[in-house]
Write a protein that binds this ligand. Structure first.
Ligand SMILES: NC(=O)CCC(=O)C(=O)O
Length: 262
């Protein structure tokens, strides 16, 4: 069994120092119950403070990487460090880092689909690949928020062997039905666990209702939060992935030749 702890919080707009402190405190709090994996929400250092992003974003992952590395080592826990605004030269990525229990940052993922209707693409550089990473020997993948609308990306991760899909987000209340339905759909169609972590609070005209979810590969919601600051916890049985893939063998019945996709 793998114990998941998803951190659902409000974020301070454009104030990385305040957000870092909050994240640190929440990781400490979550660690009390001995989780195997802690998961953080999207763009938790700066939030979507786009006009100031060049100044506020991390530089090549710092100081976030050092902080996450120290905390994962201290609490002997894997951390899927949500995503942060991360500047490399002139480019800023919406980037997720992964740390293991030894404090090694061993993988990262850059949000592939930027929200054009919210002008994310004017400030951020999109990623161009999906990545598999290991958590205690289990193949996992991550996508970020809007990426959930593109089933091809989650499917690519499933085909590469992912058994757990992590989805940090800042998903607004106005489209919350989509969030829940899509999280469950990604779990069912790929027969994998989905850990979908949203924030709460509000920014400009958007309100974020939380509704973080942990969904099993059958589509059953194991844990769901409402609109408050919380640590959403669930234990997951990774063997269930194979049991369900044997019972309903969709992956064996795929017919790529018929799909007409290169
Ligand atoms: N931060 C996001 O990617 C928001 C995505 C969203 O609101 C939507 O897809 O709807």
């Amino acid at each position: 069994m793998l114990k998941i702890a998803a951190i659902q919080i409000d974020l301070a707009f454009g104030d990385p120092a305040v957000n870092r402190l909050k994240i640190k405190n929440m990781i400490e709090k979550a660690s009390v119950n001995g989780p195997d994996v802690i998961v953080l929400p999207e763009m938790w250092n700066t939030s979507f403070s786009m006009n100031n992003l060049k100044d506020l974003a991390d530089r090549e992952g710092e100081p976030t990487k050092s902080m996450i590395s120290e905390l994962s080592r201290k609490y002997h826990v894997n951390i899927v460090a949500g995503s942060i605004a991360d500047r490399y030269g002139d480019k800023i990525y919406n980037r997720l880092y992964v740390a293991n229990r030894q404090g090694e940052i061993h993988s990262y993922y850059d949000k592939v689909h930027l929200v054009r209707h919210a002008r994310e693409d004017e400030y951020l550089t999109a990623g161009n690949t999906s990545r598999i990473f290991s958590i205690d020997g289990i193949a996992c993948g991550a996508i970020i928020c809007y990426d959930i609308r593109f089933p091809e990306l989650s499917r690519a991760l499933a085909l590469k062997g992912a058994k757990i899909l992590f989805i940090p987000a800042q998903w607004p209340e106005t489209r919350i039905e989509h969030w829940k339905a899509l999280a469950i759909a990604r779990a069912i169609e790929n027969q994998m666990y989905v850990v979908a972590v949203n924030r709460i609070g509000s920014e400009f005209k958007a309100t974020f209702p939380g509704n973080s979810l942990i969904v099993d590969p059958w589509g059953k919601v194991l844990a769901e939060s409402n609109c408050e600051e919380t640590i959403l916890e669930s234990e997951i049985d990774i063997d269930l992935v194979e049991r369900i893939r044997r019972k309903v063998p969709c992956f064996q019945d795929r017919n790529e030749a018929a799909y007409g996709i290169d």
